[in-house]
Design a binder for this molecule. Structure first.
Ligand code: ZN
Length: 245
């Protein structure tokens, strides 16, 4: 994971005040006030091309959780960090409704995500450190909740996650690290295999970068480049090659 910064861009017009997102949000709030608990959402608004494309750019084409590069826009989902329709604390609990309906079209709650991370793993899971602070309505301030999942923008993943080789590990004492690994499936075998192959190549490059040969300097420069937030699996690169970044 990398920390995503949305502060420098303008919110897509479909989600700004007066846009379709705000109109739809007002309608949802009205329904909630009438006692509705299960809502319908318009993916044509939160998943609009302009939203997805901006998120893709902000995330350097990478999934907000696994840092894998998403090959094409069509293969990525616009994921709601706080689930819009309902939430689950864990697999033993049924889906609780309503979810965070009033954040369905809120740009701050949206991230670009690999379909597998979103649909197979993260799904509607949204555990909190303290369930007593769970917000169930648009009238409450959701920012007072303490999410157990690493927020891709408000939290710094470097404080919660590290790698030993290709294996992702929570940092000591972090509660968010283990929860995020589990719920985003960051330790799933196919992802580990993919990171292992990349790491193998990087080890050969590292040997060149640490040597005295003619390719040492270009190899060192390349390491600096791929360890930036723009690079695939950049947290793994930084954790494994601290002397080269
Ligand atoms: Zn992912």
């Amino acid at each position: 994971m990398i920390q995503i910064d949305k502060s420098a861009v303008s919110v897509p017009s479909i989600l700004i005040s007066g846009g379709r997102g705000e109109v739809a949000t007002k309608a949802l709030i009205q329904e909630a006030e009438n006692g509705v608990q299960v809502f319908e959402f318009n993916s044509g608004i939160y998943g609009h091309k302009s939203v997805k494309e901006l998120l893709r750019q902000l995330q350097y084409g990478k999934c907000c959780f696994c840092e894998d590069h998403i090959a094409h826009v069509e293969h990525g989902d616009v994921e709601h960090f706080r689930p819009k329709g309902g939430f689950q604390i864990d697999e033993h609990q049924l889906l609780q409704t309503p979810g965070y309906y009033w954040l369905a079209y809120n740009f701050d709650n949206l991230f670009y995500c690999y379909q597998i991370c979103n649909q197979i793993y993260k799904k509607n899971y949204f555990p909190l450190a303290d369930e007593n602070r769970r917000v169930r309505s648009h009238k409450q301030d959701f920012r007072l909740e303490d999410s157990l999942l690493i927020h891709p923008e408000l939290d710094d993943p470097n404080e919660h996650l590290t790698f030993i080789n290709e294996v992702i590990k929570p940092l000591n004492g972090s509660q968010k690290g283990p929860a995020t690994i589990k719920r985003a499936g960051l330790d799933r075998p196919d992802l580990e295999d993919d990171r292992f192959v990349y790491l193998k190549t990087l080890r050969i490059l590292a040997a060149v970068a640490r040597g005295n040969g003619p390719q040492a300097i270009p190899a060192q420069q390349h390491f600096k480049e791929i360890s930036k937030a723009t690079g695939v699996y950049s947290l793994m690169v930084r954790a494994n090659f601290t002397d080269l970044i």
